[in-house]
Design a protein. Structure first.
Lengths: 320, 255
């Protein structure tokens, strides 16, 4: 039986919060089958100190100049090489841009089962049963797969591992494929934080796909103004060009924790929930009672969002 | 540059969904099929490349209910050609077989770049773009929101968490999984759609070895509803009044 391997993403010398959760999930896996947790760390140059990777028994470090920046092809070459050498029972990724490329690429190239969007699992005698989110969070799919298996985990579904003693550090040779890559990192752009910053807003009114047209957006803007809230949008609204990117909430937008989050016509896809489920008071309005947003909202209304925006605006002003 | 756009129909789950009696699937009987949202972005980005003079665009899909009409719509949107891949199976192909079919299509049509959606709502057992890339041994970048082509070299912008992006240069042939397009998806007039509705969609016969999902689906269920929101009254004015009271109690509104 091999160990469980976790692909760890490092940003600015810290491991990503989702990687901490993956290490926590890996500890659960390791406890279930009686194995160790190994973390793969990619480096451009030997680091002055090992990164903090709570939950890892072993840090597998691969060092090569091409690993200085994000390059899915390079990371996949390293992961494949490590998997060949270590023969793990499971390889764990998180659901993000890098994880999507690596998990599916590895599963297809190494002909291993892949369970995506995992929110829970149980392990037993050489196999895993996992629960995955599907259909935008509206259904749960339970599946069984034999080891060795590849997993991608949903952010927020697993607890971070508690701190452990210093892990063993193992330096692995970089694969030769890194010297003949067909892709090349050009530049990275961080979100511009010099202008508008949604993360500091205490109240946010977020409009979603349920808004039929821009007149509904205007109603939401009016309500936000009355409430003293900032207007925000889910991904489809920003993709349509109705709101600028800095007002997008979710995985690839802003992650916010306002005191009030009023979601109007937002279905609550997992990628959206990742950006707002930490808000103190969440109120959702959606005509679909099965919308996943009601799973995280404290209060909900299954009424027309335009009519509700008008009614709430009037109710607030009437009592002012 | 030959750009192949892999398109998929998925059930429209924007309303309430139900589970089949055997608990193996969602009940599809009353669900419409729609073009996978992210594939729609892939098609838009491909057409934007064509309009800049950088691409010939072929839309491709695996044959099935509604696929011909979807491909005709792709022609109306601006794709140069559209083809469907023959599929005779009783059930839709597994995600791995589908990837092999699209990969074989990419080879057959001499594609330089394959674009498809980063995800579909049905991909529990793997994502199409990296699967196709692995089947072809081509490089792949997922979560892409812009594709640029210069002198046979492709640059993609990959969305990272928290609004950061990475620009990555890929030698072609290559695959990209599109998260969104660099511009909103265009509107297509009814007359263009009607004109395209008569277009013949040729069929591509491809031979690939079928591959199962490598995992067994045990059960499909609806999420636990015990932790759902407290519902406000169904009358819109009563709901608004109730929320005003709640906001006041939380100190979020001062009367």
């Amino acid at each position: 039986m091999g160990n469980v391997l976790v692909f760890v993403e490092e940003r600015d010398g810290e491991i990503a919060p989702t990687s901490r959760e993956a290490l926590g999930a890996a500890r659960t896996f390791a406890a279930g089958v009686g194995c160790q947790v190994e973390a793969i760390v990619l480096r451009a140059e030997a680091a002055p100190r090992p990164i903090e990777a709570p939950g890892a028994d072993v840090l597998l470090c691969v060092t090569h100049p091409t690993l200085a920046n994000i390059c899915p092809e390079a990371a996949l070459a390293v992961v494949e090489s490590v998997v060949r050498q270590r023969e793990p029972a499971a390889i764990v990724f998180t659901y993000d841009a890098v994880g999507l490329d690596l998990a599916s690429g590895l599963a297809m190239r190494a002909d291993r089962p892949l369970l995506s969007h995992v929110i829970g699992f149980a392990v037993q005698a050489g196999q895993i049963e996992a629960r995955s989110q599907a259909y935008g969070g509206k259904a749960i799919v339970e599946s069984r797969a034999a080891f060795p298996v590849v997993l991608t985990l949903m952010p927020g579904a697993f607890k971070e591992a508690a701190g452990r003693a210093a892990p063993e550090i193992v330096e692995l040779e970089p694969p030769e494929r890194l010297d003949r890559l067909r892709t090349e990192f050009v530049a990275e752009t961080r979100q511009d934080t010099s202008g508008f910053d949604l993360t500091v807003a205490e109240k946010v009114v977020c409009i979603g796909r349920g808004a039929a047209d821009e007149s509904t957006l205007a109603l939401a803007r009016g309500l936000a103004a009355t409430l003293g809230a900032e207007i925000a949008g889910s991904r489809p609204i920003v993709d349509k060009g109705w709101l600028p990117k800095e007002r997008q909430v979710g995985k690839s937008g802003r992650k916010i924790k306002p005191k009030l989050y009023l979601a109007l016509g937002v279905s609550g896809a997992p990628e959206h929930l990742e950006g707002m489920s930490g808000a103190e008071l969440i109120v959702a309005v959606n005509t679909d009672p099965s919308a996943p947003i009601f799973g995280v909202a404290h209060y909900g209304a299954t009424v027309d969002l335009g009519a509700f925006a008008i009614a709430l605006g009037a109710a607030l002003k009437a009592g002012a | 540059m030959n750009v192949l756009v892999a398109l998929r129909l998925v059930p429209d789950v924007s309303g309430e969904i139900e589970i089949t009696e055997d608990e193996k699937d969602i009940d599809r009987e009353w669900l419409d099929l729609r073009l996978n949202e992210f594939d729609d972005y892939a098609l838009e980005e491909a057409i934007l490349l064509k309009e800049r003079g950088d691409a010939k665009v072929t839309a491709i899909a695996i044959a099935g209910d509604g696929v011909e009409r979807m491909l005709q719509s792709a022609l109306a949107r601006g794709a140069d050609e559209a083809v469907k891949i023959a599929w005779e199976g009783d059930a839709p192909p597994s995600s791995r077989t589908a990837a092999r079919l699209f990969a074989a299509g990419a080879r057959d049509l001499s594609a330089d770049l394959v674009l498809t959606g980063v995800l579909s709502s049905e991909e529990t057992y793997g994502q199409l773009a990296p699967f196709v890339a692995a089947a072809l041994d081509w490089p792949c970048v997922s979560s892409v929101n812009e594709v640029r082509v210069r002198a046979g070299v492709c640059e993609v912008v990959q969305e990272l968490s928290g609004g950061a992006t990475a620009t990555i240069r890929m030698a072609t042939p290559a695959v990209a999984g599109m998260q969104t397009a660099s511009r909103p998806v265009r509107y297509v007039s009814g007359s263009k759609l009607r004109e395209a509705a008569g277009r013949n969609i040729p069929t591509l016969q491809l031979s690939v070895e079928a591959a199962d999902e490598r995992a067994e689906r045990l059960r499909v269920s609806l999420p636990d509803s015990s932790q759902r929101a407290n519902l406000l009254p169904s009358d819109v004015n009563a709901a608004a009044a109730a929320l005003r009271q709640i906001l006041t109690e939380h100190g979020l509104w001062k009367a």
